[in-house]
Write a protein that binds this ligand. Structure first.
Ligand SMILES: CN1c2c(nc(N)[nH]c2=O)NC[C@@H]1CNc1ccc(C(=O)N[C@@H](CCC(=O)N[C@@H](CCC(=O)N[C@@H](CCC(=O)O)C(=O)O)C(=O)O)C(=O)O)cc1
Ligand SMILES: N[C@@H](CCS)C(=O)O
Ligand SMILES: [Zn+2]
Length: 777
C-alpha cells in the first residue's frame, strides 16, 4: 500500500503532440506568417487547439481535476517558450526569434536529445536579462480551468523546461567573456522560475512539471566539473520548493537513466522536497534498493514508451509497476509515459487499415500512437490501483497482439537474415583513399573548390500539389512522372546556367528523404497522416520499420539516369544512409538495432551498385542523423559508433574506386562524432558549418581527416540571401584551415524548404565566391 497519497492515481503522460490531429498548428502559424491571418485570429485558433487537446485527454481517461492532464502546448518550440518566459527573448518577437526577419537572424536550431525534434538554442550572456517576463503557462492553465466557452473545466499541469536543462541547452551569447557559461546564471533563472511557481499557485494550479532531461545526458553535461551538476540540481530544487504558495512539483527526467551519470541524480532529487519524480523506465532502470527521500514522493513510472509506436506488453509493464514501490522505496507509484508523446503521431485510428492503400492491416493491431498510449497508461494505472483482474481483458488483448506480431510473415525473412549474418570486414572496406582520389580526379576532372549542392531543390507548392493529386488518384502515374521529370530538367538547366560543377537532380519526387525510401523497401510501412513535429511548423511522417528489410527493385536509378542524360556535367546519385533511415523511422523493438542497420545497409549497397552500373560517377549517401542517435550516456557511445559507421561502410563499401562517395551531415554539433565522421571513409563530406563559421574544418583536420570536405557556407535555414563577400570570407577561412585542394563549396543542407528566388540568388553568389577564392589559390 502506498504510504502517501499518490499523485495522478489514474495515470498521466509527460506531454502530448502539439501539432494537432489535422496539423492545425502548422496551418494556423503558416497562414499567419503568410499574412493571411491577424495575430488575434492566430491566438483564437491556438486557444481552440489547446482546449481541444486537454479535453481529448480527459475523454481518453485522464483525470480532469487533479493535474493529470499536462498543458504541454507551444506555438513553435518549448525551449523558445522558456526563453520568453525568462525574458531572454521578447514575447513580441517570438516568431522572429524562431525564423529570423529583417532585423535579426534566427536562433540556432539543434537536436533535442536523441530525438528528431529540434529546439531553438537560447543565447545567454552575463548581462542578458533573466526575469519572470511572460505568463503564458498561467494563462493556459486558466483558460482550461475556467473556460470562456462554458465547457467542462480541466485542471491541467503546466509543463515547462526546467531551469537546469534550460541553461545547459543555452549557448553563451556573442561577446560573453571567455569561460562564461549560461549555467553561471542559475540563481537568476531560479528566481524567475520561483515567480512563475508563485503565479501558478495563485492561479490555482495544483501541480507544475519541470522537465530536466539534461540530467540524463552526458552529451549535455560533459563539460561540468565533478559534482557541479548535482550541486546545481540541489540548489535549484531546494530554492524552488521553498517558494511560498507554489504548486506541487513534478520533476521529469525523460530519455535516459538518472542514476548512471557521474552523480546519482535520482538520489539527489529524492533528497529535495519536490513532490514527484518522473523516471524513464524504457531507457533507464529503476533504483534497485530504496532511495532515501523517495518515501515522501510519488514515483511517476515511465513505463509506456513515448519514443516508439509499438503496443506495450501491458502484463509485463503492470508486473514491473507493482514491484516498483518495494524496490525503490517510493511513497507511491503511478504510471506514465517514458517521455512526452511529442515524438509519436496522434492516433492509429486516423489511418485507414482496410488494405486498400497499401498499408498492411495487421499493423493496426500492433501499434500504439499517442491516443493509444494514453489508454495504455490509464489501463496500467487502473491495474495498479484495482488489481490485474480489473483490466484482465486489456492485458490479454495486448499479449495476443504481441504474439500475432512475433509470428507474422515478413517479420523474419531467412534470406535477409542470412545475407546480413555473412557480412565481413571486406564488405565494409574500399580501396585506399589515395588510389580512389586519383581514379576520381581522372574521371571527374573537377576544378579546385568544386561547387555543388546537397541534393534537394525547392519543393514548390506546385510539386507538392502534383504529388497530393497523384496520391488522391486525380493525377495518373504517367502525368506525375512527367511533371517530376520536367522539374528535374528545370533544376539541371538552372545549375548549368549558374555554373555549378557537380549537379543534382533536385529530389522533387521525394516527399521526404526517409519516407521516400521506406515506401520502396520491404519491411516498412508508411502512414498517410502520422505526422510528427520536427521543428516549428515542419513535420515528418516517420515510417514504421516492422519486418526484415530488403529492396525489391531499384529506387532512384531512373531519376539519376534521366538527370544525367540532360547534362555532360556529373550528376550525383542521392541516397539516404542506413543510420538516418533508422533514426527517422519507428524501428522494430524485437531485433537489435545494429542488425536492422545491416539489413538497410545491404539494400542501399544494392542501390549503389545499380547506380554505378548506370554510369553514375558520384554517389552521395546522406547521414544527417549520425549524431542524433548518439547515446546520451558516454559508456553507451562506442558500441553505437561501431555499428553506425559500419552500416554506412557496408552501404558504400562495394563502390568502385572511381566512384566518388559523398556524405552529408547537418542539424548537430559534430564534436562528439568527429572520429566517426572520419571512420565513414567517404571521399567527400559536406557538413553544416556556416553558423559556426567553419569551426568544424580545423576540428576534422586535427582528428586526422584528410579527404574532401564541403563545409556549408550558406545557412539554408535562414531566408536571407548571403552576399558573395560573406561567402568568400567563409570559403577563404575554410581554404586556409586545411589543404585547399580538399575543399568544396556548397550550402549547409538541402534547399527543399527555400524558394527559387533566394535559391537562385544565393547559388549565384556561391559560384562567384568559389571562383574568387579559386583565383587566389
Ligand atoms: C532534414 N530533416 C529531416 C528530418 N527528418 C525527416 N524525416 N526528414 C527530413 O528531411 N529531420 C531533420 C531535418 C528536419 N527538417 C525538416 C525540414 C523540412 C520538413 C518539411 O518541410 N516537412 C513538410 C512535409 C514534407 C512532406 O512529407 N511533404 C509531402 C506533402 C505532404 C503534405 O503536407 N501534403 C499536403 C497537401 C499538399 C498540397 O496540396 O500542396 C496535405 O497532405 O495536406 C510531399 O511532399 O508529398 C511539412 O510541410 O511539414 C521536415 C523536416
Ligand atoms: N539530400 C538531402 C539532405 C538533407 S539533410 C537534401 O538535400 O535535402
Ligand atoms: Zn542536411
Amino acid at each position: 500500500m502506498p504510504s502517501i497519497t499518490p499523485a495522478f492515481p489514474g495515470g498521466t503522460i509527460l506531454g502530448y503532440p502539439r501539432i494537432g490531429r489535422r496539423r492545425e498548428l502548422k496551418r494556423a502559424v503558416e497562414a499567419h506568417w503568410a499574412g493571411r491571418t491577424t495575430a488575434a485570429e492566430l491566438d483564437e485558433t491556438l486557444t481552440a487547439l489547446r482546449l481541444a487537446t486537454v479535453r481529448r485527454l480527459v475523454a481518453l481517461g485522464l483525470d480532469p481535476a487533479d493535474g493529470s492532464v499536462p498543458s504541454s502546448f507551444s506555438p513553435y518550440d518549448h525551449v523558445l517558450d522558456a526563453a520568453v518566459l525568462l525574458g531572454v527573448e521578447p514575447a513580441d518577437g517570438y516568431f522572429a526569434a524562431a525564423r529570423g526577419d529583417a532585423t535579426r537572424p534566427p536562433l540556432e536550431m539543434t537536436k533535442w536529445f536523441d530525438t528528431n525534434y529540434h529546439y531553438l538554442v537560447p543565447e545567454i550572456g552575463p548581462d542578458t536579462p533573466i526575469t519572470y517576463a511572460d505568463d503564458a503557462p498561467v494563462r493556459w492553465f486558466a483558460e482550461a480551468a475556467r473556460p470562456a466557452d462554458g465547457g467542462t473545466p480541466v485542471v491541467t499541469r503546466p509543463v515547462v523546461v526546467g531551469p537546469v536543462t534550460f541553461l545547459l541547452l543555452a549557448t553563451a551569447a556573442a561577446g560573453a567573456p571567455d569561460g562564461f557559461r549560461p549555467l553561471d546564471r542559475l540563481d537568476d533563472a531560479v528566481a524567475a522560475y520561483g515567480q512563475l511557481l508563485a503565479a501558478l499557485g495563485a492561479a490555482g494550479a495544483p501541480w507544475v512539471q519541470l522537465d530536466e532531461p539534461a540530467l540524463v545526458a552526458d552529451t549535455v553535461t560533459a563539460g561540468l566539473a565533478p559534482g557541479e551538476l548535482a550541486a546545481a540540481v540541489r540548489r535549484t530544487y531546494t530554492a524552488l520548493t521553498g517558494v511560498p504558495g507554489r504548486p506541487s512539483i513534478l520533476v521529469a527526467a525523460p530519455y535516459g537513466d538518472l542514476r548512471t551519470g557521474r552523480d546519482d541524480l535520482l538520489a539527489v532529487l529524492a533528497a529535495t522536497d519536490v513532490e514527484a519524480l518522473a523516471v524513464d523506465l524504457v531507457r533507464g532502470a529503476p533504483a534497485d534498493a530504496p532511495v532515501a527521500g523517495l518515501e515522501t514522493k510519488t514515483l511517476v513510472a515511465g513505463l509506456v514508451d513515448g519514443h516508439n509506436v509499438w503496443r506495450a506488453d501491458l502484463a509485463a509493464r503492470l508486473d514491473q509497476a507493482a514491484a516498483l514501490g518495494a524496490r525503490t522505496g517510493a511513497g507511491a507509484v503511478t504510471v506514465a509515459t517514458s517521455t512526452s508523446l511529442l515524438h509519436v503521431p496522434h492516433d492509429v485510428a486516423d489511418e485507414t487499415w482496410d488494405g486498400t492503400d497499401g498499408r498492411d492491416p495487421r499493423l493496426a493491431g500492433w501499434l500504439a500512437f499517442a491516443d493509444q498510449k494514453v489508454a495504455e497508461v490509464v489501463t496500467l494505472a487502473r491495474g495498479l490501483r484495482d488489481g490485474a483482474d480489473a483490466v484482465a481483458d486489456r492485458l490479454a488483448a495486448a499479449s495476443a497482439a504481441l504474439a500475432d506480431r512475433a509470428t507474422a510473415a515478413g517479420v523474419v525473412v531467412p534470406q535477409v537474415r542470412a545475407r546480413a549474418a555473412a557480412l565481413d570486414d571486406a564488405d565494409a572496406t574500399r580501396a585506399p583513399y589515395a588510389e580512389r582520389a586519383a581514379a576520381q580526379a581522372a574521371r571527374l576532372g573537377l576544378p579546385p573548390l568544386p561547387t555543388t549542392t546537397i541534393g534537394s531543390f525547392p519543393q514548390t507548392p506546385q510539386i507538392r500539389a502534383a504529388r497530393a493529386s497523384w496520391a488522391q488518384g486525380t493525377t495518373t502515374d504517367a502525368a506525375y512522372a512527367d511533371a517530376m521529370r520536367a522539374e528535374v530538367a528545370h533544376v539541371i538547366a538552372l545549375q548549368e546556367e549558374l555554373g555549378l560543377d557537380v549537379l543534382v537532380h533536385g529530389e522533387p519526387e521525394r516527399n521526404d528523404m526517409v519516407q521516400y525510401f521506406a515506401e520502396q523497401l520491404d519491411g516498412f510501412a508508411v502512414t498517410a497522416g502520422g505526422w510528427v513535429q520536427s521543428y516549428g511548423s515542419r513535420c515528418v511522417r516517420p515510417p514504421i520499420l516492422w519486418g526484415d528489410v530488403s529492396r525489391p527493385a531499384p529506387m532512384t536509378v531512373a531519376w539519376t539516369r534521366y538527370a544525367q542524360s540532360l547534362t555532360s556535367r556529373p550528376v550525383k546519385g542521392m541516397l539516404t544512409g542506413p543510420v538516418t533511415i533508422l533514426a527517422w523511422s519507428f524501428v522494430r523493438d524485437d531485433l537489435p538495432v545494429a542488425d536492422v542497420a545491416s539489413q538497410v545497409a545491404l539494400a542501399l549497397r544494392d542501390e549503389v551498385a545499380d547506380l554505378e552500373a548506370a554510369g553514375t560517377a558520384v554517389v552521395q549517401v546522406d547521414e544527417p542523423a549520425l549524431r542524433e542517435l548518439l547515446p546520451l550516456r558516454t559508456a553507451d557511445q562506442p558500441a553505437y559508433l561501431a555499428w553506425s559507421v559500419r552500416s554506412f561502410r557496408v552501404a558504400t563499401g562495394g563502390a568502385a574506386p572511381d566512384v566518388q562517395v559523398h556524405t552529408h551531415l547537418c542539424y548537430s554539433d559534430f564534436g562528439d562524432v568527429i572520429d566517426a565522421i572520419d571512420g565513414l571513409d567517404a571521399d567527400v563530406t559536406s557538413l553544416e558549418a556556416a553558423r559556426s563559421r567553419m569551426e568544424i574544418v580545423p576540428q576534422l583536420q586535427q582528428a586526422g581527416y584528410a579527404r574532401g570536405i564541403g563545409p556549408g557556407v550558406w545557412d539554408i535555414h535562414s531566408p536571407r540571401v548571403p552576399t558573395t563577400e560573406a561567402l568568400t570570407e567563409l570559403l577563404t577561412l575554410a581554404a586556409g584551415a586545411v589543404d585547399p585542394a580538399l575543399v568544396w563549396a556548397n550550402p549547409d543542407c538541402g534547399l527543399k524548404t527555400r524558394g527559387y528566388e533566394e535559391t537562385t540568388a544565393s547559388l549565384r553568389h556561391l559560384v562567384a565566391a568559389a571562383r574568387a577564392v579559386r583565383a587566389t589559390l
